[in-house]
Write a protein that binds this ligand. Structure first.
Ligand code: C5P
Length: 219
């Protein structure tokens, strides 16, 4: 892999869900498989990039040829991304839990016979994408994702501004599309230049197309 267009470039990719502990044996999670993030890391590697792949507990294996940093929680993911900087680009494809359990128990929660259920309290997790995009070590190109079900372009455009990233890859995940858990993706690339609707294609093809655009942007 000597001479790809991204050789000499370092790209951080986040992927997969996060697990937020309730107690030592229980956690809150989400249905992210990590498939799109894994495909993006593989496509960047194929173009010669040095890839740091920060992944939550995904259900697909990480690609070969990348530096894998396996984490569980959003806070661990934030620390791992921070430690991996500087980078030329960052692609935040992880489905980070918005909240963690603030009163997680050090011991396994047990029924106490009273019939009362434990009450979980939540605290907001760090927004890793916004922290990186607004931080002092900001990569030249910062890419985020947005899963939307309505007004995809309007919501993703607002998200791009709010988070301070350069591009947002917006997916329409409304049930009728069959995208969630499927092999295909319907993506709109939101940039300063506006909204670019990509044809519906496989997740590997989305990844290759994004990697090519990143190579172009960093040229
Ligand atoms: O706000 P929302 O979760 O829809 O934003 C999605 C984008 O932000 C994705 O790129 C995701 O990886 C990133 N994100 C993050 N840290 C969070 C929440 C979202 O990096 N705590």
């Amino acid at each position: 892999l000597g001479g790809g267009p991204l050789s000499g470039r370092h790209v951080i990719v986040t992927s997969g869900p996060t697990h937020e502990p309730i107690d030592p044996v229980r956690f809150i999670a989400n249905r992210s498989s990590g498939a799109q993030g894994t495909a993006i890391a593989a496509a960047l590697r194929a173009l010669g990039a040095r890839v740091t792949f920060v992944t939550g507990p995904a259900s697909v294996p990480p690609p070969s040829g990348v530096t894998v940093v396996a984490v569980e929680t959003a806070q661990e993911m934030a620390a791992a991304v921070e430690a991996a900087l500087p980078a030329d680009a960052a692609v935040m494809a992880a489905a980070v839990a918005d909240w963690r359990v603030a009163n997680a128990s050090a011991q396994k929660l047990k029924k106490d016979g009273s019939g009362r259920a434990p009450a979980l309290e939540f605290a907001e997790n760090p927004d890793i994408l916004a922290l990186v995009a607004k931080g002092p070590k900001r990569p030249r190109l910062v890419v985020g994702f947005a899963a939307e079900t309505t007004d995809v372009v309007a919501h993703a455009t607002a998200k791009r501004a709010r988070k301070g990233c350069d591009w947002i890859l917006a997916n329409d995940v409304s049930p009728a599309t069959g995208i969630m858990g499927g092999a295909e993706n319907a993506v709109t690339l939101i940039s300063e230049a506006g909204a670019e609707v990509w044809p519906r294609m496989g997740k590997a093809e989305v990844a290759r197309r994004l990697a090519a655009r990143i190579a172009e942007a960093l040229r």
